[in-house]
Design a protein around this ligand. Structure first.
Ligand SMILES: Cc1ncc(COP(=O)(O)O)c(C=O)c1O
Length: 366
């Protein structure tokens, strides 16, 4: 067993999760969200695996034009939507060159298209409506006006209408319903394609499916809800592992690691694991955060350091140097580690660093 940390990416699980998307949105087209290097999983391999399961109409969504170009460079031929759209005339040329669809969310973009009609001509666009998230998009009262202005820029007149939810991960929060209603009022009578739903909405807000769904985190096997009382049969795609590189007998009363944040209550074996915040394991994971040693849960003890963490091996007397340690993934949902470290699974997955060795396999798709 190598000392280095490994992220094993199960492409079979990814494909399985795509099936779960289709089960919840059987009549919809899919815009698979693969921004931020496919949520830290590696955009090239993830996009290739997803493409294999796509219909010709499905598409990818990324944040920036750079990410879209990266997708083209690895051979993706499906439509690609750049969710942040463009800011300069040079961007418009890139959209043409790489056949990228852009989201228009701000007046500055409309003006740019009006001023550069030649570069705007035939561009494929979505218009984003701010129905309550207040991040990107036009205010409801401005939408009709903006839509009309876009129709006169020479851009492709098949302009989709989209919005994004702020609180869809909380099924008890009625903000999502309000956002859906606001969106429906605005788009009523417009035959354009619509898109509202992120993962949480796909799984929990069936009234929001529209024509296109935009799954992100569920593709990677993470339950998007704040209260996770439903099992959606998602499978974790990334399993992050390392190995025990030392087991030390530490005596009662001695403290462990930087700052001495944990003190041994008795003489006990302490395992040292070859992973730390330099690999993307969260430094704020507290004492007690679960870790799997040979498939068995043991608690993290002491502070997370750059290359190492320590674990309490009192329940694992047979553990030995070289044994496998899983930090999250199969057998240990990343959601649990995120809760312990007071963050979200998205951040942990995106934060795995370049030092970690990535391996891809097709896994079981049953
Ligand atoms: C506009 C937009 N749509 C869809 C998604 C996918 O969201 P999720 O990963 O929660 O499914 C994101 C991700 O943040 C997004 O920004």
């Amino acid at each position: 067993m190598s000392r280095i940390a490994r992220a094993v990416i199960n492409l079979g699980a990814l494909k399985h999760n795509l099936v779960v998307v289709r089960q919840h949105a059987p009549a919809q087209k899919i815009m698979a969200v693969v921004k931020a290097d496919a949520y830290g999983h590696g955009i090239a391999r993830v996009a290739k695996a997803i493409s294999e399961e796509f219909t010709s109409e499905d598409a990818f969504a990324v944040a920036s034009i750079d990410e879209a170009i990266m997708l083209r460079s690895v051979g993706v031929s499906h439509n690609i939507i750049a969710l942040e759209g463009f800011t300069t005339v040079a961007d418009l040329a890139l959209l043409h060159e790489h056949n990228i669809t852009a989201v228009v969310h701000h007046i500055s973009q409309v003006i740019l298209l009006e001023l550069h009609q030649q570069q705007a001509s035939n561009l494929k666009l979505w218009l984003k409506i701010d129905t309550g998230m207040h991040r990107l998009g036009f205010a409801p009262q401005d939408v009709k006006k903006m839509y009309k202005r876009l129709l006169t820029t020479g851009a492709d007149t098949d302009i989709g209408l989209m919005t994004h939810f702020a609180n869809a991960d909380d099924l008890e929060d009625n903000k999502t319903e309000k956002q859906i209603n606001t969106f429906n009022e605005i788009v009523e009578g417009n035959p354009a394609d619509t898109s509202l739903a992120n993962s949480a909405a796909i799984l929990g807000w069936p009234d929001s499916l529209g024509h296109w769904v935009r799954p992100g985190i569920m593709l990677y096997g993470v339950n998007p809800f704040v209260k996770r009382n439903n099992d959606f049969k998602l499978k974790p795609v990334m399993t992050l592992s390392a190995a025990l590189i030392a087991i030390n007998k530490i005596v009662e009363g001695e403290s462990i690691g930087y700052g001495g944040k944990w003190t041994c209550p008795e003489d006990m074996p302490v395992g040292v694991v070859s992973i730390g915040y330099g690999d993307g394991y969260p430094r704020h994971a507290p004492n007690g955060t679960p870790v799997l040693v040979n498939g068995q849960r043991v608690p993290l003890i002491g502070r997370v350091s750059m290359d190492k963490i320590m674990v309490d091996l009192r329940t694992q007397p047979n553990a030995k140097v070289g044994d496998k340690v899983v930090l999250w993934g199969e057998g240990l949902p990343v959601e649990e580690i995120a809760d312990a470290a007071e963050t979200i699974g998205y951040e942990l997955l995106c934060g795995v660093t370049k030092r970690v060795a990535f391996e891809y396999h097709d896994g079981e798709t049953e």
